[in-house]
Design a protein around this ligand. Structure first.
Ligand code: PEP
Length: 259
């Protein structure tokens, strides 16, 4: 499907996970080199550093996101962080359904759909992570798993009055943190499939929804992956907590999308 970059602004997002301390947050936030509106750069620190990172990013066009959100907006939910709270600390984005949340904390599609609704209500852009395990791929179920993970989200978008701005991150579980990314051909095939699912809701949704790839992106494989037609950017884990690597990948992205 044609990647019309005049419509879809590409994204480089860094998920810092639970891998940093305040001094790292400072080094990363102050060192990111990003100077164009043609690319959206987003960092996703741990909750406790959101305020600090927001203050450090004030003079940059780097956006701020959270790594998760509660499905509830307020109340007696010890340990949870709500979408209105994320808004109060200037988050414009939040990841939901990361495979680590799905696998280690047993988050299910219906809970993720509620988190999606909670974010949209606050005007925060959800980054919905989907992806199959190695076993699901081996048994030929990769596409049906992706469809199942997206079904409730697409249902919400199809009944919304206006087009919902959200981002889909295709992250094959077997590629996350393993150093073994998907090949660019496989990633493109899956992204094209995901876009075809969006097109069943509407052609506008398919045209405008950014579908980004995640799973062992590094400065060496970034060009190959990010230059695929249906890949609108990358979600980075490991490479996002190395300033050199993160800046190199932003540079690669700029060489692709600045043309
Ligand atoms: C991730 O966890 O979202 C991710 C893409 O990690 P990594 O880049 O380390 O594979």
């Amino acid at each position: 499907m044609q990647n019309n970059n005049t419509k879809r602004i590409p994204i480089i997002a860094g998920n810092w996970k639970m891998n940093i301390f305040p001094e790292d947050a400072t080094t990363l936030s102050t060192g990111i080199i990003h100077d164009t509106q043609q690319l959206e750069v987003i960092v996703l620190p741990p909750y406790v550093y959101l305020h600090q990172v927001h203050n450090l990013l004030k003079n940059k066009s780097v956006k701020l996101g959270a790594q998760n959100v509660s499905m509830y907006s307020s109340g007696s939910y010890t340990g949870e962080i709500s979408a209105p709270m994320l808004k109060s600390v200037n988050c414009s984005h939040a990841i939901i359904g990361h495979s680590e949340r799905r696998q280690l904390f047993h988050e299910q599609d219906d809970a993720i759909a509620k988190e999606f609704t909670a974010l949209v209500k606050e005007g925060i852009v959800p980054i919905v992570c989907i992806g199959e395990t190695q076993q699901q791929r081996k048994s030929g179920n990769a596409k049906s798993i992706i469809k199942q993970q997206l079904d409730q989200i697409l249902e919400i978008t199809s009944s919304a009055e206006q087009l919902i701005d959200f981002i889909i991150a295709y992250e094959p579980v077997w590629a996350i943190g393993t150093g073994e990314s998907a090949s660019s051909e496989l990633a493109q095939e899956m992204h094209e499939y995901i876009r075809s699912l969006c097109s069943k809701v509407s052609s506008d949704l398919a045209d405008q929804t950014r579908i980004i790839y995640g799973g062992s992106i590094n400065p060496e494989n970034a060009h190959d992956l990010l230059s695929q037609q249906d890949i609108d950017g990358g979600l980075l884990g490991k490479a996002s907590v190395s300033l050199d690597k993160f800046n190199s990948i932003i540079k690669v992205a700029n060489t692709i999308w600045r043309q």
